[in-house]
Design a protein around this ligand. Sequence first.
Ligand code: IPE
Ligand code: IPE
Ligand code: MG
Length: 248
Amino acid sequence: MNSLTALQQLPANLDKHRLPNHVAVIMDGNGRWAKNRTLPRIMGHQRGVDTLKDLLRCCQDWGIPALTVYAFSTENWGRPEEEVKFLMTLFERVLRRELDEMMTENVRIRFIGNLNSLPQSLQDEISYSMDKTATNSGINFSVATNYGGRQEIINACQKIADQVKQGLINVNEINEKLFESYLYTSGIPNPDLLIRTSGEMRLSNFLLWQMAYAEIYVTQTLWPDFDRTEFQKALLDYQQRNRRFGKL
Ligand code: IPE
Ligand code: IPE
Ligand code: MG
């Protein structure tokens, strides 16, 4: 089932002036989706790619300027070796296959995370796609791969400490703005909305700093089943929230 042709316009019950500027997604539940069908877990990951493709297109269609998705956490290395291997190969294959279309659609893709420890062939594909789409002016699409929020914060601290050591930054110049500029997401506004599929109510080490004031939406729907209608529900829920940011 694919909702590519349905819901191409922003649904009438959504206010186009109150859309999130940045949506972050924890794409969870691929394994359970497969298990429910007595399929191997990897089939769930495979189907998850189709869901992601449609969500990316939907964000473009509906005018959401930034999408960040969690594809592989620093903790996911703890999974069975064959699943990890499958995922790495899948990322590479999908990236190669989709690059032309992303160019046509003006998508700017970037990968965030500790990319140095990914397989070399995937790293090559990643740098190629990031360079190639760097000047595209469409949606900012970030894929968190070997990403961990704590690791990202430590990485920023190390870089800043090094600058201090070299005398390029004074300690009293370290503020939120400077710190953010050392995060992988530098230049992209913090997410307004975090969606997590398949029911778990946790962050699982995703964008810890950036999520400080994100609205959180958790759905029981498993990632491969998360279609445009589900996304519409999440946005509707978001638009009914009262974002106070600590004020009255
Ligand atoms: C999310 O689905 C995808 C990745 C973590 C790569 P899961 O593989 O975690 O699916 P469940 O949670 O086992 O159902
Ligand atoms: C979070 O899902 C990571 C990704 C979606 C890539 P997990 O399935 O790894 O999270 P936990 O283990 O349920 O916290
Ligand atoms: Mg999971």
